[in-house]
Design a binder for this molecule. Structure first.
Ligand code: PLP
Length: 373
């Protein structure tokens, strides 16, 4: 397999050095949490009292992942813990899915822009991608007819993201139903990357995998909870035969997940409500700052996001952004369009990660860095 490094990874803020950026508006997650933020007192009646990480046995863990954590992920749903496979981030889940479902010459349908792994791993395998390109002018809405037209006997799965990264646009329940119908009728799979699902502004759709054995849902603790360093992700699927294959793939890559990460993730999710309410409130306030700025200025336009903590505006009037000036003079970093196979007058702005002060300063800097396209 020929792996290529993706611009979004090469140019990521962590590779650039967090210290070299004052206003980091390039992140796709909520503000990173500290280890000390994780509540180690147990809210679980089966595990009462304080938990001492130093007592953790550093054995191989359950190959599917920490059973208590898998159960918490599907609490309050009709899904079972055995429908969940823990992975190394959502990225690990996407890799496992692509390498399990695809062979050279297969086809898949990918809604674009998309998170780069949803594209690069299939390409490395030698699969052919039929892209459904979302258009700004169409409010980045998915046209289901285009998906139907892209189907061929070689199609193995359809890959969508809800809420969408980088636009923050959500699938409606009807659109999701139509995609499920397509998958069921054609005997293919529907991959729903739900990494941003917990940040939907309006009513939340159920985890997609609850609806059909033909759906694979993917998510992680990275984005909503600001825990990308724990590398706790998962895939959910009710097709147990397929789950066995996913587990085999995981075992061949790294046997099991890191027990420390899984235990910390378990402890974190036991207290999820406490963190979640605070995070949602903060994201809402930062979204309002971004929306107010968008309405005040005249050089940028956007499709207002319906969820997540990113948006994907573009410059108007034959302008683009001088990204070098933006960083070097104004200490501000946003995700340029080419991270998403789009022209650079589009940009991803992550409004959930920086403090409100840094967000406001970064947004104000954007207008100082316009140049002719
Ligand atoms: C849509 C989407 N899926 C998956 C990932 C991978 O995230 P992680 O592996 O940290 O869960 C990202 C990260 O940016 C993403 O935006």
């Amino acid at each position: 397999m020929l792996y290529r490094r993706m611009p979004i990874e090469v140019e990521s803020p962590e590779q650039l050095g967090y210290d070299s950026i004052r206003n980091n508006l390039s992140e796709s997650s909520y503000t990173d949490a500290f280890f000390r933020d994780i509540e180690l007192d147990s809210a679980d009646p089966n595990h009462p009292g304080a938990f001492n990480l130093r007592d953790l046995v550093l054995c191989y863990g359950d190959h599917a992942g920490h059973p208590g954590l898998r159960q918490l992920i599907v609490d309050d749903t009709s899904l079972k813990k055995d429908d969940v496979l823990l992975t190394i981030g959502a990225a690990g889940a996407l890799f496992i899915i692509a390498t399990t479902l695809l062979e050279k010459g297969d086809e898949l349908i990918v809604v674009r822009p998309n998170y780069a792994t949803n594209i690069e791993t299939p390409l490395a395998i030698g699969a052919a991608i039929k892209y459904i390109d979302l258009q700004f002018e169409e409010g980045f809405q998915l046209d289901i007819e285009k998906v139907k037209a892209a189907l061929t006997p070689k199609t193995r799965y359809i890959s969508v993201t809800h809420p969408h990264n980088p636009t923050g646009v959500c699938l409606s329940a009807e659109e999701q139903r139509s995609l499920i119908n397509i998958a069921e009728q054609h005997g293919i799979y529907l991959l729903v990357d739900e990494t941003y699902r917990d940040m939907v502004f309006g009513e939340q759709l159920p985890i997609a995998a609850t609806h059909s054995e033909r759906i694979i849902s993917v998510s992680s603790l990275s984005k909503t909870y600001g825990l990308p360093g724990l590398r706790t992700g998962w895939l959910i699927c009710r097709d147990q035969k397929l789950m066995e294959q996913f587990l085999a793939a995981k075992e061949q890559i790294h046997i099991c997940g890191p027990v420390i990460d899984e235990e910390l993730s378990f402890r974190y999710l036991l207290h999820r409500d406490k963190y979640y309410d605070r995070i949602r409130k903060d994201i809402k306030e930062k979204f309002t700052i971004t929306k107010n700025w968008m309405e005040r200025q005249t050089h940028f336009e956007w499709v207002e996001p319906q969820g997540g903590c990113v948006c994907f505006p573009r410059t108007k009037d034959k302008h683009t952004l001088d990204y070098k000036l933006l960083l070097e003079k104004y200490g501000t970093y946003v995700g340029p369009g080419h991270w998403f196979d789009m022209p650079d007058h589009y940009m991803r702005i992550g409004f959930g990660w920086p403090t409100k002060e840094r967000l406001e300063e970064g947004l104000a800097a954007l207008e100082n860095c316009l140049i002719a396209r």
